[in-house]
Design a protein around this ligand. Structure first.
Ligand code: 3H9
Length: 653
């Protein structure tokens, strides 16, 4: 061993056993910033020129190998050397270069590793090329080297999904060569020593299997079908499927495509979303506030919502006590939860040990007193104020004062629920979206009297549950349903003004929503919103514009897909335009004296966006949402707004 050499402020090295061990230390994720690239290049030059260096190991400090290119550098003037240039130097080095993957090797990080001559990983590492999630394609050889290493079909899957692979999968695919059984760097050093003087396996020189044409064609068609108009997955498919050509040609094409996409609106939107997700749990006033410790979570109401919450809580390692009204209902809830666990076991998402452990952490009861050990209780009972107040008053008697109480209400006023309890400062809203074990979004509702450490607890639990928390103030429907109401209202104005449901739906789907609004309504059922409208009817200002078409449909029993008809008809279960609905809409227009006109798709899209953004502005002005990006996250993750458009607030800019 000898003294450390500093190649740049983020790259240093030590020579161990004749091998130059280069460490990248660029917190938080060792992104390949200009300083890292320049340090790496100098290290490679040093290794090539130094006689007593027989090889190189590249590793990362901390828990990440390299998290990828520095996304914050995108859009700024380029500073050399470029990552592709550094990577080319790695691959061409005359001495072996071994990647020691101490953690995530993502994007440009995996591209560095792919150019190395051998890859060793610690068991906790993961690899992936998530660029498509940022609206770009890999720009430093990923689309050309990965197919050479693992074949085109597997590369298509990884690159176009952007997903990460854990080490077992990475090993079986051939992305890595070895999982270190002992010390990672020691293992990598001995691999480099063994490779010294031998013929090096350069990924760029490998040939690609050419006997998979039909499989590739099927996979490519599937990916393009799912892309919903996004450019990056389509470009990734093109680059990967054409990778069987000279490396330099493929690399040049990839680089040019990367640069064009990087500067696109789509990529700007997805970068904005990336940072928005990391920003959302930073809440003013919570700096330095410690969340209360939570180990046991009580869940009241074991219907679909409660069971979904139970599943994520169990998966996150919490002990769960489920409460329902009767022993039978509680047992039914337990069966539903265990059924979901069994599904996870069958699909391989859970192994037998994990399944047993999660099942053992679940108990159910019909007795309030059994919730006494809970640190947090989440209620997911019927959305009725009296029912919830009664429950929270009962909980007050059995739960210790330091425990937190969360309501999952969608529309009720949680301040009213809190005010009815003995300790309103421990109450907050945790508004899960259905199905709770699938949807990432979680609105954390700060009530008038919620204590800061209670809010911090909600955020900490959300993170542990692997949810995306967004903090909202109290208003009817919080952030999401307030904007959704404005969106729905505008769609109904458009109906009266001349557009038909299928035209509005087509415009929304064309914009990137997975499904149009009226199709969604039919799928979810129209009756719940109808009941709410009836409750609100008395308070409605007669001077505001109100569209009664949905009420007419409900009065006719057209409750949606389950009823066989709603905004559309469903002969043989297939959604079709219904002339009866068109007639109802026309009658409504005539009654109001509206002369209908045609709406082009772009105008429908503009009006819908404008309505959402205006409601967003109102939420900001009222202090319900802290920042525009929080609103965008809610709409993307809870309501199908296309992420590659950035959300309604981003889209208006
Ligand atoms: C690319 O590589 C292009 C190449 O093909 C071509 C180049 C020519 N840059 O997620 P966390 C920040 S594109 C800058 O909470 P974790 C993040 O904003 C890139 N900053 O940590 C946050 O900052 P703050 C492809 C980044 O431990 C902090 O790091 N790579 C980057 O839960 C912590 O982040 C990706 O898309 C970055 N690349 O997870 C990977 N990454 O504290 C993106 C993170 O100020 N990154 N930051 O809010 C990740 O997936 C996760 O961050 C990772 C760590 C798994 C690495």
């Amino acid at each position: 061993m000898n003294d450390a050499i500093k190649f740049s402020s983020t790259v240093s090295a030590m020579t161990r056993g004749g091998i130059l061990v280069v460490t990248i230390d660029n917190a938080p994720v060792n992104a390949t910033s200009a300083d890292v690239r320049s340090g790496l290049e100098k290290a490679l030059v040093h290794a090539e020129a130094t006689a007593n260096v027989a090889g190189v190991v590249i590793t990362g400090a901390g828990k990440t190998f390299i998290g990828g290119a520095d996304i914050r550098e995108f859009g700024k003037p380029a500073i050399g050397p470029t990552l592709p240039a550094v990577i080319e130097k790695i691959e061409k080095l005359s001495k072996p270069v071994v990647a020691a993957l101490n953690g995530a090797a993502l994007g440009g990080g995996l591209e560095v590793a792919l150019a190395c001559h051998y890859r060793v990983a610690s068991s906790t590492a993961q690899v992936g090329l998530p660029e498509v999630k940022l609206g770009i394609v890999p720009g430093a050889g990923g689309t050309q080297r990965l197919p050479r290493l693992i074949g085109i079909p597997a590369a298509l899957d990884l690159i176009t999904s952007g997903r990460s692979a854990k080490t077992d999968e990475a090993l079986s695919l051939g992305i890595i060569d070895e999982i270190a059984k002992a010390d990672l760097v020691e293992t990598a050093i001995s691999a480099a020593q063994k490779l010294s003087g031998k013929q090096l396996r350069r990924t760029g020189e490998l040939s690609i299997a050419t006997n998979e044409a039909a499989e590739i064609e099927r996979a490519a068609a599937r990916i393009l079908g799912r892309a919903r108009g996004q450019k990056a997955p389509a470009e990734a498919v093109r680059l990967i499927t054409s990778s069987n050509r000279p490396l330099t040609e493929g690399l040049a094409d990839e680089r040019a495509t990367f640069l064009t996409l990087r500067d696109s609106r789509e990529a700007a939107a997805l970068r904005y979303v990336f940072f928005a997700e990391r920003e959302s749990s930073r809440v003013e006033g919570l700096e330095g506030i410690e969340p209360r410790p939570v180990k046991t979570i009580g869940i009241c109401g074991l219907g679909l919502m409660g069971s979904g919450i139970a599943i994520v809580a169990l998966a996150a390692g919490y002990t769960v006590i489920g409460l329902d009204q009767t022993a039978e209902a509680a047992e039914k809830g337990r069966e539903r939860i265990v059924g979901l666990l069994e599904r996870n076991l069958a699909s391989g998402r859970l192994d037998q040990n994990g399944f047993e452990a999660q099942k053992a952490r679940l108990s159910v009861t019909a007795s309030d007193a059994d919730l006494a050990p809970c640190d947090l209780v989440i209620e997911a009972v019927f959305d009725d104020l009296a029912v919830k107040i009664d429950l929270f008053r009962r909980l007050d008697k059995v739960i210790r004062p330091g425990a937190v109480l969360a309501t999952n209400t969608s529309y009720l006023n949680p301040d009213e629920i809190a005010a009815a309890t003995a300790y309103p400062e421990r109450v907050l809203g945790m508004h899960f979206f259905s199905p709770a074990h699938v949807m990432r979004l979680l609105e954390i509702v700060r009530c008038a009297r919620t204590a800061p450490d209670v809010l911090a607890t909600g955020l900490a639990v959300a993170k542990k549950l692997r949810k995306l928390p967004v903090v909202a103030g109290v208003t009817e429907g919080f952030i999401g349903n307030r904007i959704f109401s404005a969106y729905r209202r505008e769609a109904e104005f458009l109906l009266e003004d001349g557009a038909l449901p299928h035209e509005i739906d087509a415009a929304l789907e064309d914009y990137g929503f997975p499904m149009g609004l009226f199709a969604v309504y039919d799928m979810a059922g129209l009756e719940i919103a109808w009941a709410r409208r009836k409750r609100q009817a008395a308070a409605r200002d007669p001077a505001t514009r109100y569209v009664g078409i949905a009420d007419t449909l409900c009065e006719m029993g057209r409750f949606g897909q389950k009823a066989g008809r709603g905004w559309y008809a469903y002969p043989d279960g297939k959604r079709t335009i219904d002339p009866d609905v068109t007639a109802i809409i026309e009658a409504a227009r005539t009654q109001k004296g509206i002369t209908p006109r045609a709406f082009p798709k772009s105008e429908i899209q503009e009006r819908m966006l404008k309505a959402m953004a205006a409601e967003g502005e109102a939420l900001l002005a009222e202090g319900i949402a802290a920042r525009p990006s929080d609103i965008d996250l809610v709409m993307i993750n809870g309501y199908g707004f296309p992420a590659h458009k950035g959300g309604p607030m981003f889209a208006r800019t």
